[in-house]
Design a protein around this ligand. Structure first.
Ligand code: HEM
Length: 404
């Protein structure tokens, strides 16, 4: 296959103008692009020009390619990427900074440490389901009743953020990962910064056994390990990454089950299928549609296309990789019996999701408890009427009306 060298040879596809159908169901658009080739020149919201990569092999290669940088300072000026407040966190850094930052928290998220959180996750789930089913209720918005508050309570507890402050966090983080105008995002970030600043001051006086207190002690004991700015950024990253995604694993996963009654019946009949079912939910309709931005440090050839160096934006389409028929047979069939391992829903390479064991645990507990407590659970809306989160990063419905 020949290598295209100039960007002029490429039609620029304006993904920011694709409309509601694309937001609700982007899979056919990505599949059409994949038919034409693995690399496409696109325009994103905020007029950001990018190289969109589709197809399993190419997406996996992009996620693990160390010629692509995560550091915003490596973005070209023409990429129009604004300054990101609280942005000095591990997902925006390359080694050696990335290695240092990730090492500080990696122990908290090992499968063993996460397994120890199960009783607490179960109790929080039970409380939420008690509230949802109270007073003979026959229906609810599942996002509001379970998918959102569960991951939010878990991550707030883990970090030591008072649970009363969760509503504010919902507003702030929705803003920041959504398509809000830049000025509004900046205003929300100012509020977040002053909130976290105050929280850290409080925790310095009254250290607890939460993760934020532990990270503060790390600075105090060894001044150069984590700057104040890095501490703020770490707290912010964990709060956002810890709930914006898991919310949608629960919602998208329950929706897939409700739309496939045969699969739902199989799971109800045999809960030993649950682990496998969660992997299929991650593959079939995962919460992260495209990766975060990567920037070329040098010219990089992907699938026969040479992407110039100098900070071009590269975006890996995880949603397409996981529905590529070259990797998963009949990829748009939801099948909780299939071997979905190898999906890229949690990314790949050095930035592979730190919270994967926690997200899997929350999804297992939430979905099993929901099905056990609601034997007649059903979707209470037409699937085509569900409004989806805008933007290409996070995928999931705003509301999921169910009856029980
Ligand atoms: C179903 C839920 C989740 C999904 C689908 C998910 C997905 C991802 C993906 C795709 C990445 C890599 C992004 C990229 O390379 O561009 C990532 C990174 C990350 N995730 Fe998750 N995530 C989930 C839940 C969580 C949770 C619960 C936490 C924390 C408690 C978390 C913390 C992180 C962190 C800290 C990173 C950055 C890792 C690094 O840069 O080394 N995630 N996640």
């Amino acid at each position: 296959m020949g290598v295209h060298v100039t960007t002029e040879a490429f039609e620029i596809i304006d993904l920011s103008a694709m409309g509601e159908d694309f937001v609700r169901n982007p899979y056919p658009v990505y599949a059409q692009l994949r038919e034409r080739g693995p690399v496409h020149r696109v325009r994103l919201v905020d007029d950001i020009p990018a190289w969109l990569v589709v197809g399993y092999d190419e997406v996996r290669a992009v996620l693990g390619d160390d010629r692509l940088s995560k550091w915003l300072g490596n973005a070209s000026d023409s990429a129009n990427i604004g300054f990101e407040p609280l942005g000095s966190h591990m997902l925006n850094t390359d080694p050696p900074d990335h290695t240092r930052l990730r090492k500080l928290v990696v122990r908290t998220f090992t499968p063993r440490r996460v397994a120890a959180m199960e009783p607490r996750v179960q109790r929080l789930t039970d409380e939420l389901l008690d509230a949802m089913l109270a007073d003979g209720a026959r229906g609810a918005d599942l996002v509001d009743a379970l998918s959102f508050p569960l991951p939010m309570s878990v991550i707030c507890e883990l970090l030591g953020v008072p649970y009363e402050d969760r509503d504010e966090f919902r507003t702030w983080s929705n803003f920041v990962v959504g398509p809000a105008p830049y000025a509004e995002k900046m205003a929300a970030m100012d509020e977040v910064r002053s909130y976290l600043d105050q929280l850290i001051v409080k925790k310095r006086d009254e250290s607890g056994d939460d993760l934020l207190s532990a990270l503060i002690r790390t600075i105090d004991e060894d001044g150069d390990r984590l700057s104040h700015e890095e501490l703020l950024a770490m707290a912010w990253l964990l709060l956002v990454a810890g709930h914006e995604t898991t919310v949608n694993l629960i919602s998208n996963g329950v929706l897939a089950l409700l739309r496939h009654p045969d699969q739902l019946a199989d799971l109800r009949a045999d809960f030993s299928l649950l682990d496998n079912a969660v992997e299929e939910m991650l593959r079939y309709d995962g919460p992260v549609e495209t990766s975060t931005f990567r920037f070329t440090k040098e010219p990089v050839e992907i699938g026969g296309t040479l992407i110039p160096g100098g900070g071009e934006v590269v975006l890996a389409t995880i949603a397409d990789a996981d529905t590529d028929p070259a990797r998963f047979a009949e990829p748009r069939r939801f099948d909780i019996h299939r071997d979905a391992r190898g999906h890229l829903a949690f990314g790949h390479g050095i930035h592979y999701c730190l919270g994967a064991p926690l997200a899997r645990l929350e999804a297992r507990v939430a979905i099993r408890s929901l099905l056990e407590r609601c034997p007649d659970l059903a979707l209470d809306a037409h699937p085509a009427a569900l409004a989806y989160r805008e933007g290409m990063l996070i995928r999931g419905p705003y509301r999921l009306p169910v009856s029980f």
